[in-house]
Design a protein around this ligand. Structure first.
Ligand code: AMP
Length: 588
């Protein structure tokens, strides 16, 4: 298949922000793609070669890419750098240079999807200092035969700068329409995706055998399952309204969620966003085997930093000290942890997703032996509000954030945020109650002491249905000098020349970012707003919702992807329940 077909689709998609049009471009492409290579096309569209959790990274430094472009076109490096500075986008600069190409190539080979994919795969596999020359050779051979449009997207992919502007779920919509005739089968595709987290695999299955192939998608070790998420509640009473009878209350620890996959001696740990994080926890790999009585399992746990002398749980930030590349052994010693298992998704060839919470807990207790390092999450069956209150008190006194309340007969709903799991935090009872996890989409330059850094950030929620990022506040408080420096550094990688089309805001930021970084914010109230776009027109025509007096809590949620941020519906729920409190107060 000609790579130009993929490049043209990417080009059309750049020209629109309308979801229907974006989906249609994808449908048109999928319809002319053979099932043999559809998985490669699906990965390339996302700027990847394999699903995220396999950690195959193309990431070529721009310097190398510039040298490669120079080699294949004969245009001097300086001139390319100049062009890049002028247009501000490496893909576009590459296209412009290819247009002006001075060297003619005699034996031009057609660029196929297979060739691009295989070459990129070779590049990603090259390691070490001496690999740079080889990388350059591979890139220049591709660019040598590339048209300007092809070159533009090859350049974007190799430098990890391809931004499609659509979520995985839009790709699933398009696959459903292209191969099953309508969007009706989208739930089947979604289920398959939730179980294996691999869009390429889902695409290949549906392209080869239609919707029926998806029914047989099963959980398997080393394919992470998209995690089940919880809804928030403000009180035991509200929880009871949602889950009528008896339910399980578990401690909610403030650590890092991990999905542990084990097959005999092989262990892989996936983060909440399904990134492979095994390297940060060599102590788990070393010690866990002897605590688990099964050959093959997928378990979920919360890893928490502890004070080894007192056994006390330490806050989430302590754990983030482990996120380093070097000297992990020292971090393991300095920041000891416990692993607290709370669910089981797979045991010895059998999926546990469809059995109830109660049964899963039983299996979990049977296969995990606890000791000082490995724990089973404390749980109590509760019936009355008082019992929940008491257990909450207990949890808070032990250093937990609150409770997770789980419906006893509920299956594990992969990838879903549903009321089968509820989270109840202590601070939900005051002011706005809960914190929000928001996506940093823009920034404003600082003044005075903050000159040379950002003085405030523009934050958005995530609108799942529309796949957009409506803004909800501008936050300038809660930052320390250290965190301002840290933001400046982290965000410098995410700067976009143009605003991502999925961001909606009435504010014009000084700098726009790729929606990627998620931070935690508290606020005193949610109010109607003419500027911010969350829930636009939903409560009042022409108004959105905004946070009043927002404050950064100090937590950068590295473990969350932008799609995991607080959703529009959650903000609406918070707004409505706040109204209820105000009305209740007025009655007295
Ligand atoms: P939140 O990040 O506020 O949406 O809360 C959900 C998170 O709580 C999960 O992703 C886990 O990291 C964490 N957590 C802590 N304890 C539990 C538990 N007992 N069951 C499920 N999740 C838990």
């Amino acid at each position: 298949m000609k790579f130009s077909l993929v490049a043209d689709t990417l080009g059309y998609m750049e020209g629109t922000t309308k979801r229907l049009e974006l989906t249609q471009h994808l449908v048109d492409l999928f319809k002319i793609t053979s099932s043999e290579i559809i998985s490669k096309v699906a990965y390339l569209l996302q700027g990847k070669l394999r699903p995220e959790h396999e950690g195959v990274e193309i990431g070529v430094a721009e310097k190398i890419a510039i040298r490669a472009l120079s080699k294949s076109t004969g245009v001097p490096v300086l001139k390319i750098e100049h062009e890049y500075k002028k247009v501000g986008d490496f893909g576009q600069a590459t296209a412009n240079i290819l247009e002006q190409k001075t060297q003619t190539t005699f034996l031009k080979e057609d660029i196929t999807v297979e060739r691009v994919y295989d070459t990129l795969f070779k590049i990603a596999s090259l390691k070490g200092n001496r690999s740079q020359d080889m990388k350059m050779k591979y890139i220049s051979s591709l660019l040598n035969d590339a048209s300007p449009t092809e070159g533009r997207f090859i350049a974007k992919i190799i430098t990890a700068n391809l931004r499609l502007g659509v979520a995985d779920y839009t790709i699933l919509d398009a696959l459903s329409i292209a191969f099953t005739g309508s969007k009706e089968n989208r739930p089947l595709l979604e289920h398959a995706y939730n179980v294996c987290s691999d869009l390429g695999r889902v695409a290949e299955a549906v392209a080869k055998n239609g919707a029926s192939a998806l029914k047989s998608f099963q959980v398997s070790v080393f394919s992470p399952v998209r995690p089940m998420l919880a809804e928030r509640v403000k009180s035991a009473q509200e929880a009871h309204e949602k889950i009528e009878t008896e339910f399980a209350a578990e401690y909610k620890l403030d650590g890092e969620r991990v999905q542990l996959h084990m097959q005999k001696d092989k262990i892989i740990l996936y983060s909440r966003s399904l990134e492979n994080i095994t390297n940060y926890y060599p102590d788990i790999v070393e010690k866990i085997g002897k605590s688990i009585k099964a050959n093959e399992v997928i378990l979920e746990a919360e890893i928490v930093a502890i004070n080894e002398d007192t056994g006390e749980f330490l806050p989430f930030q302590e754990l983030m000290h482990r996120r380093r590349k070097y000297n992990i052994a020292k971090a393991v010693q300095d920041y000891p942890i416990t692993v607290n298992f709370f669910d089981v998704l797979f045991v010895d060839s059998k999926s546990c997703l469809d059995i109830s919470y109660k049964e899963r807990r039983h299996v979990l207790e049977n296969i995990v032996n606890d000791d000082s390092f490995v724990k089973i999450m404390p749980m109590m069956l509760v019936k009355t509000d008082d019992e929940v209150e008491d257990f909450l008190e207990n949890a808070i006194n032990s250093g937990c954030e609150g409770l997770m309340l789980k419906q006893l007969d509920s299956p594990y709903r992969a990838g879903a945020r549903a009321s089968n799991w509820l989270k109840l935090k202590r601070e939900y009872r005051n002011e706005l109650g809960d914190s929000l996890d928001l996506v940093v989409v823009g920034a404003f330059y600082g003044r005075g002491r903050r000159t040379g850094r950002y003085g405030a950030l523009l934050l958005s929620t995530y609108d799942e249905e529309a796949d957009r990022y409506p803004s909800v506040c501008k936050v300038g408080t809660g930052f320390t000098d250290e965190s301002l420096d840290q933001f400046y550094q982290i965000l410098s990688d995410k700067i976009r020349i143009k605003k991502d089309p999925r961001i909606d805001s009435g504010l014009e930021a000084d700098v726009w970012f790729e929606p990627e970084v998620v931070i935690e914010v508290v606020a005193s109230e949610i109010t109607l707003s003419p500027i911010h776009k969350v829930a636009l027109d939903k409560i009042r025509k022409g108004s959105g919702l905004a946070l009043r007096f927002p404050k950064f809590t100090g937590k950068i949620r590295f473990e969350k992807t932008p799609e995991n941020a607080t959703s529009v519906n959650e903000v609406i729920t918070m707004y409505n329940s706040q109204k209820k409190v105000v009305q209740d107060e007025k009655q007295f």
